[in-house]
Design a protein around this ligand. Sequence first.
Ligand code: SF4
Length: 236
Amino acid sequence: MIMGNGCTRNCKFCAVPHQPAPAPPEEDEPARLTEAVVRMGLRYVVITSVTRDDLPDGGANHFVAVINALHQRIPDIKIEILTPDFQGKLEPLQTVLEARPTVFNHNVETVQRLAKQIRNRATYECSMRVLANAAQISDIPVKTGLMVGVGETDDEVVTTIRELHAVGASILTIGQYLPPSDNHWPLQRYVEPEKFTEWAEFAREIGFSFVVSAPLVRSSYNAAEALDAVISPNSR
Ligand code: SF4
């Protein structure tokens, strides 16, 4: 996770500390991160960040610096970026996509009815617009993720899956929400494993190239395998 450990937002499900005015991104972070990736011998990395509403570009150029540093040092590295919504602005989105990450990921997190309550300043509509724009302006696979157990109904999950597909997402993760503490959004239910399987089957039926849906799934789960499935659809 880049650009610090304090977030300008304050989502009710998230353990990242709230910081209205975090320090500027560190200029040597791209080089340090690249060195860590080299030392660990990674071939696929997921780069995410806190939301930086305080920065004019939302941190897009820092994402680009990281992508470029990785590409320069490890030309065949696969890079998935998991970005904030950039407040729905097109320019930062274009900026990060022009750096040619391998996969673009932005999590919708929850269903439309609950988004305003638990995602602070992020909205369902804005996330859908980000995904739609990413799918329209580039050929980079678009990925998204949903957590369940926060108060959604099964029908709302199905509707959300359908709408995510309609805007152009091709990779989907669904996992069980677990509150980080008693002060966070309370758990509403544990979803049965069979229900996760049902949603995965539905998502594949309507056209998602790759779906992982199970209680312990998180956004980066089997990320490299997801890419393989998108590149070679018969392998899913
Ligand atoms: S924007 Fe992301 S990092 Fe920030 S509080 Fe919300 S979920 Fe956590």
